[in-house]
Design a protein around this ligand. Structure first.
Ligand SMILES: Nc1nc2c(ncn2[C@@H]2O[C@H](COP(=O)(O)OP(=O)(O)OP(=O)(O)O)[C@@H](O)[C@H]2O)c(=O)[nH]1
Ligand SMILES: [Mg+2]
Length: 331
């Protein structure tokens, strides 16, 4: 008998009927540390799966520094999206930074999406980042797949997108928006940090005033710096879009840039190529994390590491010892 009281097929029926409480619970089971929870969730997902290709699913990523305006832009952009696509179902995953400036970030993110959080077509889910600073965690792709399986074909994900986690937002998004504020002196931080390598569209936020001269100057600098960079999809020039969630400046342009990118990816066959690359990156991330855990938890290896740490081995001898450790782990 299953360790959990619920019956898998009843549970699936609830999910397919649109039971939001059941959906929230299933996500918690996916993210749970408990083996029986995870097994139940995976069984449910297998039952939901049709094995049809998920080409009709669009994963839109919003990344950028804390406070840059991700949640507020999502709130505004989602209203436009739903107005233009009234039949669509939209799921939004926000990954809480572990230490949130405003405190109480779970309520915080929902309250920063006041106009959509209660819309029956929208499902907002804050997820813990499990200590990984990047936000996205090893379960995010699974959660997104679950949402897709219960009928959410438009999946948006908010993440600060820095730091070291097994899986990054660039390994998940079909379309990745990099949000930045056009601030003096800060303008090219994103380029310096190499985000342009992964961004498909650069979005300047909080440009409430069309005549904001500074933002134009910062944008010019970005344009110049980015002319040296080639996007992974041949023929795509990364658009730079000035937006404001408050005055709604640039939201139309953002919407058409996203549509153009989707078209470009589809026509050029880039979407599938990208998803393959992302799957590989996720496999790599998950495998590396699992292997490392096993390595550190391996009793003989752990013992040897203790011994080596306490010894007065020379640096070159220690390097040799590391190779021995790996052999010990493999045996
Ligand atoms: N003037 C102005 N302020 C904005 C705009 N968008 C967001 N803000 C403000 O910027 C602050 C941060 O916005 P959030 O949407 O919470 O930013 P975030 O990137 O989601 O932040 P984290 O989730 O903490 O990483 C809030 O006080 C917003 O009211 C805008 O278009 N114009
Ligand atoms: Mg936010």
């Amino acid at each position: 008998m299953h360790p959990m009281q619920y019956n898998v097929s009843d549970w699936i029926t609830r999910l397919l009927e649109g039971d939001r409480a059941a959906l929230s619970k299933t996500i918690s089971y996916v993210e749970s540390q408990r083996q029986d929870h995870r097994e139940f969730a995976l069984e449910v997902m297998q039952g939901l799966s049709t094995n049809a290709p998920d080409e009709d699913c669009h994963r839109l990523g919003f990344t950028g520094s804390p406070g840059v305006g991700k949640s507020t832009l999502i709130n505004a952009f989602a209203q436009d999206f739903l107005a233009n696509n009234p039949q669509s179902k939209l799921a939004i995953l926000t990954i809480d930074p572990s230490s949130h400036r405003h405190g109480g970030s779970i309520l915080g993110d929902k309250s920063r999406m006041p106009d959509i959080a209660t819309d029956p077509r929208v499902f907002v889910r804050p997820s813990p980042s499990s200590g990984a600073l990047g936000g996205v965690n090893r379960n995010t792709a699974l959660v997104m797949q679950l949402l897709y399986l219960v009928g959410y074909k438009e999946l948006w994900i908010e993440s600060v997108g820095v730091g070291q986690s097994e899986v990054s937002i660039a390994d998940l998004a079909d379309t990745l928006l990099y949000l930045t504020q056009a601030e003096a002196g800060d303008g090219l931080q994103g380029i310096k940090r190499g985000v342009v390598e992964t961004a498909d569209i650069v979005v300047f936020t909080k440009i409430d005033d069309q005549d904001d001269g500074l933002s134009r100057e910062v944008m010019r600098q970005w344009k110049q710096a980015m002319s040296l960079h080639q996007h992974e999809s041949a023929g795509w020039d990364i658009p730079l879009v000035r937006t404001s969630a408050n005055s709604r400046l640039g939201l139309d342009r953002l919407s058409s840039s996203v549509s153009q990118f989707i078209q470009h990816q589809f026509k050029g066959g880039f979407k599938e190529a990208r998803r393959n690359r992302q799957r590989k990156a996720r496999i790599r991330g998950l495998a590396e994390a699992a292997l490392l855990r096993q390595f550190w938890e391996h009793p003989a290896v752990a013992k040897s590491i203790e011994a080596i740490s306490r010894s007065t081995l020379s640096e070159e001898a220690m390097h040799k010892e590391v190779l021995t450790l790996i052999q010990q782990f493999k045996d």
